[in-house]
Design a protein around this ligand. Sequence first.
Ligand code: ZN
Length: 232
Amino acid sequence: MAAELPFSYQVVRSRRRRTASLMVDMGRVEVRVPALADAGWVESWVRSKADWIVPRLETQTQALERHAVVIEQGGRIALEGLAYTLGWCRGATSEVAIADRHLQLTLSSRVRRDETDAARDLLKQWMVKRAGQRLVARCGELGEQCGLTPSSVQIRDYRRKWGQCNARGEIALNWRLLHLPPEQRDYVLIHELCHLAEMNHGRGFWALVARHCPDYRQYRSALSTAYPYLMW
Ligand SMILES: [Zn+2]
């Protein structure tokens, strides 16, 4: 009998699908197969791909352990690449205080729901507000340095991307960029600013990115393990 696989996976069946495919994303394995694929066949197919799956899953799981935002008393959150501890207490009004690598939340005594949920929401509101000040200002500075001016810069809540730039020259930035070390954050901002000149990911675009951010390759690959910041 075959040994137990060292990971679990989710099977998604689709009537339109003719072949099987695999995805290792955000620490999860997903297998997409035709609707009528035999369960035993799926299992053995996944097993045959284990050498490809396991290292990817390990890299992602390590990233998760390193970067995951942990909302609990004594939990953890990264700001500008630095780890802060997290705690909360009750008080007259809800607020967030930041000092010495610690974020102290005060939850209003009027808040009746689950404290962890309330703490998460308060923290997100605080991050969004902080992003509106810091990220927008930083984008303005970098835009000036690069000679690229967006028509607007807005803060958005994305789960799958750090930012975007559309054909109207509007840049949208994920507030979760506040988690990243400054040089990785700046790379994302420069990336979006460069789309004002090159609305694609062609050679001209990357040459422009390289001109304004010579080490962009390093930051780009570092970002591939930063996905846990997108998950809370
Ligand atoms: Zn892009």
